[in-house]
Design a protein around this ligand. Structure first.
Ligand code: ADP
Length: 413
Protein backbone atom coordinates (compact mmCIF):
# COMPACT_ATOMS: atom_id res chain seq x y z
CA UNK A 1 0.00 0.00 0.00
CA UNK A 2 1.51 3.30 -1.01
CA UNK A 3 0.27 6.83 -0.51
CA UNK A 4 2.27 8.68 -3.14
CA UNK A 5 3.08 7.58 -6.66
CA UNK A 6 5.73 9.55 -8.52
CA UNK A 7 6.04 9.59 -12.30
CA UNK A 8 9.53 10.97 -13.02
CA UNK A 9 10.57 12.05 -16.50
CA UNK A 10 14.15 10.76 -16.24
CA UNK A 11 16.26 8.29 -14.27
CA UNK A 12 18.43 10.54 -12.11
CA UNK A 13 15.53 12.98 -11.65
CA UNK A 14 13.71 10.02 -10.13
CA UNK A 15 16.63 9.23 -7.84
CA UNK A 16 16.76 12.89 -6.85
CA UNK A 17 13.10 13.02 -5.71
CA UNK A 18 13.40 9.58 -4.10
CA UNK A 19 16.35 10.80 -1.99
CA UNK A 20 14.40 13.87 -0.97
CA UNK A 21 11.42 11.80 0.18
CA UNK A 22 13.67 9.40 2.10
CA UNK A 23 15.27 12.38 3.84
CA UNK A 24 11.74 13.41 4.89
CA UNK A 25 11.19 10.01 6.49
CA UNK A 26 9.40 8.05 3.77
CA UNK A 27 10.20 4.49 2.70
CA UNK A 28 10.74 4.69 -1.05
CA UNK A 29 11.12 2.15 -3.85
CA UNK A 30 12.25 3.37 -7.27
CA UNK A 31 11.51 1.29 -10.34
CA UNK A 32 12.97 1.55 -13.82
CA UNK A 33 9.90 1.32 -16.00
CA UNK A 34 6.58 -0.03 -14.73
CA UNK A 35 6.60 -1.65 -11.28
CA UNK A 36 6.04 -5.40 -11.44
CA UNK A 37 4.08 -7.35 -8.81
CA UNK A 38 3.24 -6.01 -5.38
CA UNK A 39 5.67 -3.76 -3.52
CA UNK A 40 5.75 -4.12 0.24
CA UNK A 41 6.92 -1.87 3.06
CA UNK A 42 6.98 1.42 1.27
CA UNK A 43 5.15 4.74 1.36
CA UNK A 44 6.04 5.84 -2.10
CA UNK A 45 6.93 4.28 -5.43
CA UNK A 46 8.90 6.42 -7.87
CA UNK A 47 8.72 5.26 -11.47
CA UNK A 48 11.77 6.38 -13.42
CA UNK A 49 10.83 6.95 -17.05
CA UNK A 50 12.98 8.34 -19.85
CA UNK A 51 10.46 10.69 -21.46
CA UNK A 52 12.00 14.13 -21.29
CA UNK A 53 12.99 14.36 -24.92
CA UNK A 54 11.02 11.61 -26.68
CA UNK A 55 8.07 12.55 -28.95
CA UNK A 56 5.18 13.93 -26.85
CA UNK A 57 2.74 11.13 -27.74
CA UNK A 58 5.24 8.53 -26.51
CA UNK A 59 5.85 10.48 -23.30
CA UNK A 60 2.11 10.74 -22.66
CA UNK A 61 1.54 7.00 -23.20
CA UNK A 62 4.37 6.03 -20.83
CA UNK A 63 3.33 8.50 -18.13
CA UNK A 64 -0.31 7.38 -18.27
CA UNK A 65 0.67 3.73 -18.01
CA UNK A 66 2.91 4.51 -15.03
CA UNK A 67 0.23 6.56 -13.23
CA UNK A 68 -2.40 3.86 -13.78
CA UNK A 69 -0.07 1.16 -12.45
CA UNK A 70 0.74 3.31 -9.41
CA UNK A 71 -2.97 3.79 -8.72
CA UNK A 72 -3.45 0.01 -8.92
CA UNK A 73 -0.72 -0.36 -6.30
CA UNK A 74 -2.66 2.00 -4.03
CA UNK A 75 -1.25 5.47 -4.69
CA UNK A 76 -3.76 8.07 -3.53
CA UNK A 77 -1.89 10.94 -5.12
CA UNK A 78 0.27 11.20 -8.25
CA UNK A 79 3.27 13.52 -8.39
CA UNK A 80 4.60 14.31 -11.87
CA UNK A 81 8.30 15.07 -11.39
CA UNK A 82 10.20 17.15 -13.93
CA UNK A 83 13.55 18.86 -13.68
CA UNK A 84 14.06 21.80 -11.34
CA UNK A 85 15.21 23.72 -14.41
CA UNK A 86 11.94 22.82 -16.21
CA UNK A 87 13.82 21.04 -19.03
CA UNK A 88 11.40 20.90 -21.97
CA UNK A 89 10.70 22.36 -25.41
CA UNK A 90 7.73 24.17 -26.94
CA UNK A 91 6.35 20.83 -28.11
CA UNK A 92 6.61 19.25 -24.65
CA UNK A 93 6.82 17.21 -22.73
CA UNK A 94 5.72 18.79 -19.44
CA UNK A 95 2.49 20.29 -20.83
CA UNK A 96 1.24 17.26 -22.79
CA UNK A 97 2.03 14.83 -19.95
CA UNK A 98 0.39 17.05 -17.31
CA UNK A 99 -2.69 17.51 -19.54
CA UNK A 100 -3.08 13.75 -19.94
CA UNK A 101 -2.57 13.01 -16.24
CA UNK A 102 -5.07 15.73 -15.24
CA UNK A 103 -7.74 14.28 -17.52
CA UNK A 104 -7.06 10.70 -16.47
CA UNK A 105 -7.11 11.51 -12.75
CA UNK A 106 -10.03 13.94 -12.98
CA UNK A 107 -7.97 16.78 -11.48
CA UNK A 108 -9.43 20.29 -11.86
CA UNK A 109 -6.30 22.42 -11.43
CA UNK A 110 -2.66 21.56 -10.74
CA UNK A 111 0.16 23.39 -9.10
CA UNK A 112 3.32 23.84 -11.16
CA UNK A 113 6.46 24.58 -9.16
CA UNK A 114 10.02 23.44 -9.97
CA UNK A 115 11.56 25.55 -7.16
CA UNK A 116 14.14 23.63 -5.13
CA UNK A 117 16.00 26.19 -2.99
CA UNK A 118 18.45 23.59 -1.55
CA UNK A 119 20.08 23.46 -4.99
CA UNK A 120 19.54 27.12 -5.86
CA UNK A 121 16.35 26.90 -7.94
CA UNK A 122 13.79 29.57 -6.99
CA UNK A 123 10.66 30.98 -8.65
CA UNK A 124 9.74 34.67 -8.32
CA UNK A 125 6.74 36.14 -10.15
CA UNK A 126 6.76 33.00 -12.23
CA UNK A 127 10.38 33.46 -13.27
CA UNK A 128 12.78 30.60 -12.65
CA UNK A 129 16.20 31.41 -11.22
CA UNK A 130 19.24 29.10 -11.12
CA UNK A 131 21.65 30.10 -8.36
CA UNK A 132 20.34 33.66 -8.49
CA UNK A 133 20.47 34.02 -12.28
CA UNK A 134 17.50 33.89 -14.58
CA UNK A 135 17.10 30.47 -16.20
CA UNK A 136 17.67 32.05 -19.61
CA UNK A 137 21.04 33.42 -18.43
CA UNK A 138 22.19 30.16 -16.85
CA UNK A 139 24.09 27.38 -18.62
CA UNK A 140 20.69 25.78 -19.35
CA UNK A 141 20.23 28.19 -22.25
CA UNK A 142 22.84 26.12 -24.10
CA UNK A 143 21.46 22.67 -23.27
CA UNK A 144 21.83 20.51 -26.41
CA UNK A 145 18.33 18.98 -26.29
CA UNK A 146 16.20 21.31 -24.18
CA UNK A 147 17.70 24.82 -24.35
CA UNK A 148 15.87 27.03 -21.84
CA UNK A 149 15.79 30.56 -23.23
CA UNK A 150 12.61 31.86 -21.58
CA UNK A 151 12.57 32.15 -17.76
CA UNK A 152 8.82 32.94 -17.51
CA UNK A 153 7.20 29.62 -16.63
CA UNK A 154 3.64 30.82 -17.27
CA UNK A 155 4.72 31.56 -20.82
CA UNK A 156 6.85 28.41 -21.20
CA UNK A 157 4.07 26.09 -20.05
CA UNK A 158 1.51 28.16 -21.97
CA UNK A 159 3.25 27.15 -25.19
CA UNK A 160 3.04 23.45 -24.27
CA UNK A 161 -0.67 23.25 -23.44
CA UNK A 162 -3.94 24.62 -24.76
CA UNK A 163 -5.20 25.03 -21.17
CA UNK A 164 -5.02 28.33 -19.30
CA UNK A 165 -1.99 28.87 -17.06
CA UNK A 166 -1.98 31.48 -14.26
CA UNK A 167 0.42 32.67 -11.56
CA UNK A 168 0.15 32.42 -7.79
CA UNK A 169 2.76 34.93 -6.69
CA UNK A 170 4.78 34.84 -3.50
CA UNK A 171 2.54 37.36 -1.69
CA UNK A 172 -0.30 34.81 -1.81
CA UNK A 173 2.08 32.03 -0.72
CA UNK A 174 3.33 34.13 2.21
CA UNK A 175 -0.26 34.47 3.51
CA UNK A 176 -0.35 30.68 4.02
CA UNK A 177 -1.95 27.46 2.77
CA UNK A 178 -5.56 28.67 3.11
CA UNK A 179 -4.78 31.64 0.95
CA UNK A 180 -3.17 29.41 -1.73
CA UNK A 181 -6.14 27.03 -1.55
CA UNK A 182 -8.69 29.81 -2.10
CA UNK A 183 -6.64 31.23 -4.96
CA UNK A 184 -6.53 27.76 -6.56
CA UNK A 185 -10.31 27.50 -6.14
CA UNK A 186 -10.85 30.96 -7.63
CA UNK A 187 -8.62 30.17 -10.62
CA UNK A 188 -10.20 26.75 -11.17
CA UNK A 189 -13.60 28.47 -11.18
CA UNK A 190 -12.35 30.61 -14.06
CA UNK A 191 -11.31 27.50 -15.97
CA UNK A 192 -7.59 27.83 -15.29
CA UNK A 193 -5.96 24.37 -15.13
CA UNK A 194 -2.40 25.24 -14.11
CA UNK A 195 -1.11 27.59 -11.43
CA UNK A 196 2.60 28.32 -11.51
CA UNK A 197 3.52 29.10 -7.90
CA UNK A 198 6.35 31.21 -6.56
CA UNK A 199 8.70 29.73 -3.95
CA UNK A 200 11.86 31.40 -2.72
CA UNK A 201 12.54 29.31 0.34
CA UNK A 202 11.56 26.03 1.96
CA UNK A 203 8.82 27.62 4.08
CA UNK A 204 7.04 28.57 0.84
CA UNK A 205 7.25 24.94 -0.31
CA UNK A 206 5.83 23.75 3.00
CA UNK A 207 2.86 26.11 2.48
CA UNK A 208 2.35 24.89 -1.08
CA UNK A 209 2.63 21.24 0.06
CA UNK A 210 -0.05 21.83 2.69
CA UNK A 211 -2.27 23.58 0.15
CA UNK A 212 -2.24 20.62 -2.27
CA UNK A 213 -2.06 17.74 0.21
CA UNK A 214 -5.40 16.40 -1.05
CA UNK A 215 -4.88 17.03 -4.77
CA UNK A 216 -4.96 13.97 -6.98
CA UNK A 217 -2.17 15.37 -9.15
CA UNK A 218 0.73 17.58 -8.13
CA UNK A 219 3.49 18.62 -10.52
CA UNK A 220 6.93 19.89 -9.62
CA UNK A 221 10.51 19.01 -8.73
CA UNK A 222 12.07 17.74 -5.51
CA UNK A 223 11.40 20.97 -3.60
CA UNK A 224 7.62 20.63 -3.83
CA UNK A 225 7.84 16.91 -3.05
CA UNK A 226 9.66 17.92 0.13
CA UNK A 227 6.85 20.39 0.93
CA UNK A 228 4.20 17.75 0.31
CA UNK A 229 5.96 15.16 2.45
CA UNK A 230 6.45 17.74 5.21
CA UNK A 231 2.72 18.50 5.18
CA UNK A 232 1.63 14.86 5.27
CA UNK A 233 4.31 13.30 7.46
CA UNK A 234 5.27 16.04 9.90
CA UNK A 235 6.31 13.78 12.76
CA UNK A 236 7.42 10.64 11.03
CA UNK A 237 10.35 8.61 12.35
CA UNK A 238 13.11 8.07 9.84
CA UNK A 239 13.63 4.58 8.38
CA UNK A 240 16.48 4.32 5.92
CA UNK A 241 17.03 1.37 3.60
CA UNK A 242 20.30 -0.56 3.90
CA UNK A 243 21.87 -3.33 1.80
CA UNK A 244 20.21 -6.70 2.41
CA UNK A 245 23.58 -8.43 2.03
CA UNK A 246 26.35 -6.97 4.18
CA UNK A 247 28.99 -8.50 1.89
CA UNK A 248 28.21 -5.60 -0.45
CA UNK A 249 29.99 -3.26 1.97
CA UNK A 250 33.28 -5.15 1.49
CA UNK A 251 32.91 -5.86 -2.23
CA UNK A 252 34.97 -4.10 -4.95
CA UNK A 253 33.77 -0.61 -5.88
CA UNK A 254 33.74 1.35 -9.15
CA UNK A 255 32.58 4.64 -10.64
CA UNK A 256 31.18 4.71 -14.19
CA UNK A 257 30.81 8.23 -15.50
CA UNK A 258 29.29 9.21 -18.84
CA UNK A 259 28.36 12.73 -17.82
CA UNK A 260 30.11 15.77 -19.28
CA UNK A 261 28.42 18.22 -16.91
CA UNK A 262 30.44 20.75 -14.97
CA UNK A 263 30.03 19.17 -11.53
CA UNK A 264 30.93 15.71 -12.85
CA UNK A 265 34.04 17.00 -14.65
CA UNK A 266 35.28 18.33 -11.34
CA UNK A 267 34.46 15.05 -9.59
CA UNK A 268 36.29 13.09 -12.30
CA UNK A 269 39.37 15.35 -12.12
CA UNK A 270 39.59 15.20 -8.34
CA UNK A 271 39.15 11.43 -8.19
CA UNK A 272 41.53 10.73 -11.09
CA UNK A 273 44.28 12.73 -9.38
CA UNK A 274 44.35 10.19 -6.51
CA UNK A 275 42.86 6.92 -7.77
CA UNK A 276 43.12 4.67 -10.83
CA UNK A 277 41.08 6.06 -13.74
CA UNK A 278 40.46 4.81 -17.29
CA UNK A 279 39.24 7.17 -20.03
CA UNK A 280 36.91 5.79 -22.70
CA UNK A 281 37.64 7.38 -26.07
CA UNK A 282 34.58 7.55 -28.39
CA UNK A 283 36.78 7.74 -31.47
CA UNK A 284 38.57 4.52 -30.51
CA UNK A 285 35.11 2.97 -30.07
CA UNK A 286 34.07 4.14 -33.54
CA UNK A 287 37.26 2.61 -34.97
CA UNK A 288 36.19 -0.71 -33.51
CA UNK A 289 38.96 -0.98 -30.89
CA UNK A 290 38.19 -3.25 -27.93
CA UNK A 291 37.84 -0.39 -25.46
CA UNK A 292 35.46 -2.37 -23.22
CA UNK A 293 37.99 -5.20 -22.93
CA UNK A 294 40.85 -2.78 -22.19
CA UNK A 295 38.78 -1.00 -19.52
CA UNK A 296 37.92 -4.27 -17.81
CA UNK A 297 41.55 -5.42 -17.89
CA UNK A 298 42.50 -2.12 -16.26
CA UNK A 299 39.83 -2.55 -13.59
CA UNK A 300 40.85 -6.15 -12.88
CA UNK A 301 44.36 -4.91 -12.07
CA UNK A 302 43.07 -2.25 -9.65
CA UNK A 303 40.29 -3.89 -7.69
CA UNK A 304 41.82 -3.18 -4.28
CA UNK A 305 40.19 0.29 -4.09
CA UNK A 306 37.55 2.25 -5.98
CA UNK A 307 38.33 2.67 -9.67
CA UNK A 308 36.92 5.12 -12.21
CA UNK A 309 35.86 4.60 -15.82
CA UNK A 310 34.90 7.88 -17.46
CA UNK A 311 34.32 9.46 -20.85
CA UNK A 312 34.73 13.15 -20.13
CA UNK A 313 37.80 13.79 -22.30
CA UNK A 314 37.58 15.37 -25.75
CA UNK A 315 33.82 15.66 -26.00
CA UNK A 316 33.90 18.40 -28.67
CA UNK A 317 36.36 16.45 -30.80
CA UNK A 318 34.30 13.26 -30.58
CA UNK A 319 31.11 15.16 -31.39
CA UNK A 320 32.62 16.93 -34.39
CA UNK A 321 34.15 13.74 -35.81
CA UNK A 322 31.25 11.39 -35.05
CA UNK A 323 28.23 13.66 -34.57
CA UNK A 324 26.62 14.25 -31.18
CA UNK A 325 24.14 11.38 -31.32
CA UNK A 326 26.54 8.76 -32.62
CA UNK A 327 29.19 9.72 -30.05
CA UNK A 328 26.61 9.56 -27.26
CA UNK A 329 25.30 6.15 -28.39
CA UNK A 330 28.80 4.71 -28.62
CA UNK A 331 29.73 5.96 -25.15
CA UNK A 332 26.46 4.84 -23.58
CA UNK A 333 26.66 1.33 -24.95
CA UNK A 334 30.37 0.99 -24.07
CA UNK A 335 29.78 2.15 -20.50
CA UNK A 336 26.80 -0.20 -20.19
CA UNK A 337 29.01 -3.06 -21.40
CA UNK A 338 31.74 -2.06 -18.97
CA UNK A 339 29.24 -1.93 -16.08
CA UNK A 340 28.13 -5.48 -16.91
CA UNK A 341 31.77 -6.61 -16.97
CA UNK A 342 32.43 -4.87 -13.65
CA UNK A 343 29.66 -6.86 -11.97
CA UNK A 344 31.13 -10.06 -13.45
CA UNK A 345 34.46 -9.05 -11.88
CA UNK A 346 32.76 -8.87 -8.48
CA UNK A 347 31.95 -5.16 -8.21
CA UNK A 348 28.87 -4.74 -6.00
CA UNK A 349 29.14 -1.03 -5.12
CA UNK A 350 28.83 1.33 -8.07
CA UNK A 351 28.43 5.06 -8.64
CA UNK A 352 27.02 5.98 -12.06
CA UNK A 353 27.20 9.61 -13.17
CA UNK A 354 24.81 10.96 -15.80
CA UNK A 355 21.08 10.57 -16.38
CA UNK A 356 21.23 8.89 -19.79
CA UNK A 357 24.24 6.89 -18.69
CA UNK A 358 22.42 5.64 -15.58
CA UNK A 359 19.46 4.59 -17.74
CA UNK A 360 21.74 2.61 -20.05
CA UNK A 361 23.61 0.99 -17.13
CA UNK A 362 20.56 -0.16 -15.13
CA UNK A 363 19.03 -1.55 -18.32
CA UNK A 364 22.19 -3.50 -19.16
CA UNK A 365 22.43 -4.83 -15.61
CA UNK A 366 18.78 -5.92 -15.68
CA UNK A 367 17.94 -3.90 -12.55
CA UNK A 368 14.16 -3.46 -12.34
CA UNK A 369 14.04 -1.48 -9.10
CA UNK A 370 15.89 -0.22 -6.05
CA UNK A 371 15.08 0.57 -2.44
CA UNK A 372 16.28 4.09 -1.73
CA UNK A 373 18.69 4.75 1.15
CA UNK A 374 20.11 7.87 2.75
CA UNK A 375 21.25 10.87 0.73
CA UNK A 376 24.98 11.52 0.48
CA UNK A 377 24.33 14.99 -0.93
CA UNK A 378 21.02 16.70 -1.85
CA UNK A 379 19.37 14.57 -4.55
CA UNK A 380 22.11 11.94 -4.42
CA UNK A 381 21.08 8.88 -2.35
CA UNK A 382 22.58 5.40 -2.19
CA UNK A 383 20.12 2.81 -3.45
CA UNK A 384 19.98 -0.98 -3.17
CA UNK A 385 18.78 -3.17 -6.01
CA UNK A 386 15.63 -5.15 -5.21
CA UNK A 387 17.42 -8.36 -6.21
CA UNK A 388 19.97 -7.75 -3.43
CA UNK A 389 22.97 -7.74 -5.80
CA UNK A 390 24.18 -4.15 -5.80
CA UNK A 391 24.50 -0.82 -4.03
CA UNK A 392 24.04 1.87 -6.68
CA UNK A 393 24.42 5.61 -6.53
CA UNK A 394 22.89 7.08 -9.68
CA UNK A 395 23.62 10.77 -9.88
CA UNK A 396 22.50 13.48 -12.20
CA UNK A 397 25.44 15.15 -13.95
CA UNK A 398 25.25 18.42 -12.08
CA UNK A 399 24.70 17.14 -8.55
CA UNK A 400 27.07 16.20 -5.74
CA UNK A 401 30.13 17.65 -4.03
CA UNK A 402 33.50 17.62 -5.86
CA UNK A 403 34.90 14.80 -3.68
CA UNK A 404 31.82 12.55 -4.13
CA UNK A 405 33.53 9.77 -6.11
CA UNK A 406 36.15 9.36 -3.39
CA UNK A 407 34.05 9.68 -0.27
CA UNK A 408 30.46 8.59 -1.05
CA UNK A 409 31.55 5.04 -0.03
CA UNK A 410 31.88 6.09 3.61
CA UNK A 411 28.14 6.85 3.71
CA UNK A 412 27.40 3.17 2.94
CA UNK A 413 28.93 1.77 6.10
P1 ADP B 1 24.14 14.38 -17.59
O1 ADP B 1 23.32 13.89 -16.43
O2 ADP B 1 25.37 15.13 -17.16
O3 ADP B 1 23.32 15.13 -18.61
P2 ADP B 1 24.01 12.09 -19.32
O4 ADP B 1 24.56 10.72 -19.09
O5 ADP B 1 22.53 12.24 -19.20
O6 ADP B 1 24.74 13.09 -18.31
O7 ADP B 1 24.39 12.64 -20.75
C1 ADP B 1 25.68 12.69 -21.22
C2 ADP B 1 25.67 12.20 -22.65
O8 ADP B 1 26.93 12.53 -23.23
C3 ADP B 1 25.51 10.70 -22.75
O9 ADP B 1 24.64 10.38 -23.82
C4 ADP B 1 26.93 10.23 -23.05
O10 ADP B 1 26.98 9.01 -23.75
C5 ADP B 1 27.48 11.38 -23.87
N1 ADP B 1 28.94 11.45 -23.79
C6 ADP B 1 29.69 11.16 -22.72
N2 ADP B 1 31.00 11.32 -22.98
C7 ADP B 1 31.08 11.75 -24.26
C8 ADP B 1 32.17 12.10 -25.12
N3 ADP B 1 33.45 12.03 -24.71
N4 ADP B 1 31.87 12.49 -26.37
C9 ADP B 1 30.61 12.56 -26.79
N5 ADP B 1 29.53 12.24 -26.03
C10 ADP B 1 29.76 11.83 -24.78
Amino acid sequence: MTWLGVVADDVTGATDIAGTLVARGLRVVQTFGLPEGEISECDCVVVALKIRTVPAAEAVASALAAARRLRELGAEQIFFKYCSTFDSTDSGNIGPVADALQTDLGARISLVCPATPTIGRTVYFGHLFVNGRLLSESSLRNHPLTPMTDPDLVRVLGRQTTSDVALIDYSVVERGADSVRSELERLAGQGVRYAVADALRESHLAVLGEAVRDHRLVTGASGLAWGLASARFASRARVVAAPVDEAILRAPAAVVSGSCSEATREQVALFAARHPAFAVDPIALAEGQDVVGAALEFVAAHLDGPVLIHSAADVRRAQSVLGTLRAAELVESALAGIATGLVELGVRRMIVAGGETSGAVVRALGITGVRVGAEVDPGVPWTFSLDGRLALLLKSGNLGRPSLFGDAWDALT
